[in-house]
Unconditional design. Structure first.
Length: 168
């Protein structure tokens, strides 16, 4: 966050519509990035605790899509769709995420992967089209906690890969 000349924090134009979640993951940046780019990895860790994922289509390229269903621990299925809008390996992924192609309520996310010594700092910045959709995601769908859990699942997954690699 930047500050104005008066020393007060400058507020982002999207602050009331965005969620920012970050985490340090004890794994190399290339591996953390790969966990986002390969469906065999994504399907093993994606989503909050207790959720599983079934992929219907996956093409990791700008303009490609990931069409999938998240299965909640209570048996509820959530139709999901992502299209990749920018890919800069192994630094950045930008995407549009909704329930389906053309979803008017789809939100934009940018993920950045920065080296932090031998670890990786991942930041997920999500911007919703409206404050109301942001508030609904936070209050009804617990998006902040869900995002933290999802990055926690990613951390556990890649840390296990690193551990197994060290044993080989």
């Amino acid at each position: 966050m930047s500050t104005t000349e008066q020393g007060t924090p400058e507020r982002s134009a999207t602050a009331d519509r965005e969620i920012v979640i970050s985490r340090i993951i004890d794994a190399p940046r290339e591996l953390v990035f790969e966990a986002f780019t390969d469906v065999r990895h994504l399907s093993r860790w994606w989503g909050p605790e207790g959720f599983t994922t079934t992929t219907r289509a996956f093409e990791f390229r700008v303009g490609g899509q990931w069409d999938f269903v998240m299965h909640g621990p209570d048996g509820t299925d959530y139709q999901e769709w992502i299209t990749w809008t920018e890919l800069t390996p192994p630094e950045r992924i930008a995407l549009l995420h909704g329930e389906s192609r053309g979803d008017p309520n789809a939100f934009e996310s940018v993920l950045t992967f920065a080296p932090d010594g031998a670890a990786t700092r991942i930041e997920m910045r999500t911007v919703f089209p409206t404050k109301e959709l942001h508030d609904e995601a936070v209050e009804k769908y617990h998006a902040i906690e869900g995002g933290r859990q999802t990055l926690g699942n990613l951390a556990a997954y890649v840390t296990e890969i690193v551990r197994k690699g060290a044993e080989d």
